[in-house]
Design a protein around this ligand. Sequence first.
Ligand code: FAD
Ligand code: E1W
Length: 469
Amino acid sequence: MTQATRITLIGGGLVGALLARQLAQHGFAVEVFEKRPDPRRAGFLGGRSINLALAERGLQALRTAGLADEVLRRAVMMRGRMVHAHGSASGLQRYGVDDSEVIWSVSRGALNMLLLDAAEVSGVRFHFGQSLLGADFDRCRIRLADEAGTAREHDAGLLIGADGAGSMLRAAMNAHAPLGERIEPLGHGYKELEIPNAGTLPPALVQQSGGAGHFALEPHALHIWPRGGYMCIALPNAEGSFTVTLFLPAQGAHPSFATLPDAAAARAFFAADFPDLLPLIPRFDADYAEHPMGTLSTLYLDRWHLDGRALLVGDAAHAIVPFHGQGMNCGFEDTVTLTELLAAAPGDSAGVFAEFQRIRQPNANAIATMALENYVEMRDSVADPHYLAKRTLGAQLAERAPRHFMARYRMVTFTHLPYSYALERGRLQDALLEEILRDAPDAGAVDLDAAARMLQARLSLLPAPLRHE
Ligand code: FAD
Ligand code: E1W
């Protein structure tokens, strides 16, 4: 191994651990410095179960690393979204036509531990409880602190930052030469609450909620309680519990986290707005009081790398809001692209980093946009008649002319088409649906074949989705 192929990764989270595994599988000497203690020893986050949705892009990256089957064995299949509108019955809206188009709820902690094990098996050397403090890029040295706060210096190889949205490597790179950083806060925060295994809840309540077996709600769904300016969601855990996330404005008029400063105020708000959900959360007061409010932002950078010396990946380069469930999936896609490029030209890190940015940045920008748009769609319009008419027409077109109409959600969630293509094609399709519904507000009366021909003509003007775009 030459000096150039020794890799120093900062951050052993989801993206860092998977990237480390893939690079090691391609023969690179990889060391990882992770701020937190080894979760396999310390017990992850004191046992709080937080989950996230794994979709096709992330799954494909796990397949590349030989880990997909192992991950899916511990995952819960989510066949669709179940929308709990205020005061009316809820039904499952399937994501795809059959179980080949589903997403998976995975435990963040369990997935991280599985990835750490896999990376170690491939030869990666982890250093836990080692926090990056700074970097001297001219001398190729980094500064680290251990958990006692004792600092030391270390000779770094190629530096890759997978240290998340608050990346310290990004700060060090930015201090050396500005990256053109722009952080756009959403202004909404989130809080996680838990629905326990149904065994601990009154059976009548579980039955009323549509639960099954150990689950208090339909287990194979992503649950959404849309309420206009805010919402709750719940994803199932393999043990039978659900992790509920409340998304709400951080400041401002009621309801916001500012107007719900304590559990008593939050409980009264839930009793009024989420009356079916509150009884499923027996530890509501403790959860609300003890779990901190998380903040949400989109991160844009002009540059992701410092010539051939340092590169940012995952949230460190492109943190997004979570409303499409694609942050990890996008970061996992990064790892495949970067590994392919580095394996093909291990001596040309400057060329590889520039090419990585050229390929991935338009896609990261596109999913950032779509994730923001999906928040509005989720919380506001799932019950809006115009939105529903558009969705119906879209579904009819997708069935009649599947090559000409592909729902944007489907392109993002179930294909490997570049995010930037999904965004552009989605806009084109959406504009046509709007035009058609303006002229014929009754979706049932639309000439689907004529609509498909119009779509075909417009689609032919879009550049083809190249493998690397
Ligand atoms: P992280 O997971 O943040 O990992 C960064 C790692 O670096 C951590 O281990 C950290 O300890 C370490 N680190 C930090 N600073 C230092 C330092 N100075 N030195 C050394 N190590 C350091 N994505 C999905 O695909 N699907 C979902 O359903 C989904 N749901 C989400 C829900 C919420 C509420 C949020 C907030 C995000 C969600 N995401 C989801 C996004 C997903 O969590 C992130 O995109 C993903 O975790 C990014 O991985 P990462 O490895 O880049 O960063
Ligand atoms: C998914 C946190 C999170 C994660 C997700 C999703 C959503 C809403 C949220 C988007 C979706 C899976 N979504 N679901 N149904 N319609 N859109 O697909 O991951 Cl808030």
